[in-house]
Design a protein around this ligand. Structure first.
Ligand code: F6P
Length: 373
């Protein structure tokens, strides 16, 4: 029998745990099959440009704990609608057949795609064209309905929790209100979990529109008991009851071009006229996706990686690995992608926070305000 060649790519934005999945897929595939493993660089762009590297014990040594991806990331390279320059003119073209030809020439038997909705939609489309694809869902936002918890989320929550803790000491010293802006797009999971763990006084999430007066009431309530500072954690996609979300920029060519940003600055400015304290803001930004992967996410990524290898061994292609009821499983890519409502992060539709669910009730019972009254 000839040696199988398995390829991996990491599409969309990075998330802590990508390297741990790569590390595990390489080792699990080697132990389960007579194969070699390669990695395409910059997501799908590498398939088009045929830019790949060998992934073996040496090239993947020491990466398990590291955030980012040794294969690099790109969230703009949809090969079914790819931007190229022809005779000096920029045009969009379906170049997927070139990618398939490249894979054939390189002898790729199966392709493992790590990404969100945009990346996995393309994975489905390659599966429709006969490529043996396995998807692995990733996002720090944890808003994927087809899987219980995605790798990267725990790391992001730890980073945000740690930083909320740091803001407490400086806020207390200056008697300030500090508004900290957290990632998550239209899902409040990171903010909710880190807000609870980091003892935020106010948590603002997209699922529960807030009122400025509600935040001011909490600041004053704290002042009345001698607490002259307040920490407000706000999800980037949150909005005031009367207002709109704050859009930071557009990234053309990305499956969902909108990037949220600016809510904390806007809110801090508006709040200052309602409270006596000085109000400052802080945007954690990409720090939330950086550095080392948490122990929990390393283990979770390893589970996803081994399951992906088992799927290749067993020939279950056109599928995505999942975690449900703490058990690894899989669903068909046809069933989980292309719901089209949230771009990169909406594998199987976005799983958002239930305003009446347990986590919100826990936070409220702890005295945390959502500024919704
Ligand atoms: O979906 C993950 C995420 O980190 C979001 O929380 C955030 O809004 C977005 O990606 C940022 O994307 P980019 O790195 O392209 O600015």
């Amino acid at each position: 029998m000839t040696k199988k060649r398995i390829a991996i790519l990491t599409g969309g934005g990075d998330a802590p745990g990508l390297n741990a999945v790569i590390y595990t897929v390489v080792r699990a595939c080697h132990s389960m099959m007579d194969c070699d493993v390669i990695g395409y660089k910059f997501g799908y762009r590498g398939l088009y440009t045929n830019d790949w590297m060998l992934l073996d014990r040496h090239t993947t040594s020491g990466i398990l704990h590291k955030g980012g991806s040794i294969l690099y990331n790109s969230n703009k390279d949809n090969l079914f609608n790819y931007t190229i320059t022809e005779n000096g003119v920029t045009v969009q073209k379906d170049v997927s057949d070139i990618a398939i030809e490249n894979m054939k020439r390189t002898g790729v038997y199966a392709l493992v795609v790590l990404g969100g909705d945009g990346t996995l939609t393309s994975a489905r489309d390659f599966a429709r064209k006969g490529v043996n694809v396995i998807g692995v869902p990733k996002t720090i936002d944890n808003d994927l309905s087809s899987t219980e918890i995605s790798f990267g989320f725990d790391t992001a929550v730890n980073i945000v929790t740690d930083n909320i803790g740091k803001l407490h000491t400086t806020a207390e010293s200056h008697h300030r209100v500090l508004v900290v802006e957290v990632m998550g797009r239209s899902a409040g999971w990171i903010c909710l979990h880190a807000g609870i763990a980091g003892s935020a006084d106010v948590i603002l999430i997209p699922e529960i529109p807030y009122s400025l007066q509600g935040i001011a009431d909490k600041v004053n309530e704290r002042k009345a008991i001698g607490k002259n500072f307040t920490i407000v954690a706000v999800t980037e996609g949150a909005r005031c009851k009367e207002g709109n979300v704050s859009v930071g920029r557009r990234v053309e060519g990305s499956p969902d071009a909108i990037r949220f940003g600016g809510v904390a600055q806007k809110l801090a400015h508006q709040l200052e006229s309602l409270v006596e304290n000085e109000v400052r803001h802080c945007v954690l930004g990409h720090i939330q996706r950086g550095g080392d992967t948490s122990a929990y996410d390393r283990v979770l990524s390893a589970r996803y990686g081994v399951k992906a290898a088992e799927m290749i061994r067993d020939g279950h292609f056109g599928t995505m690995v999942t975690l449900r009821d703490n058990t690894m499983g899989y669903v068909k890519l046809e069933e989980v992608v292309g719901s089209g409502n949230m771009g990169e992060t909406s594998v199987g539709g976005a799983r958002t926070v239930d305003p009446n669910g347990e986590m919100v009730r826990v936070a409220k019972a702890m005295g945390i305000s959502f500024a919704d009254e």
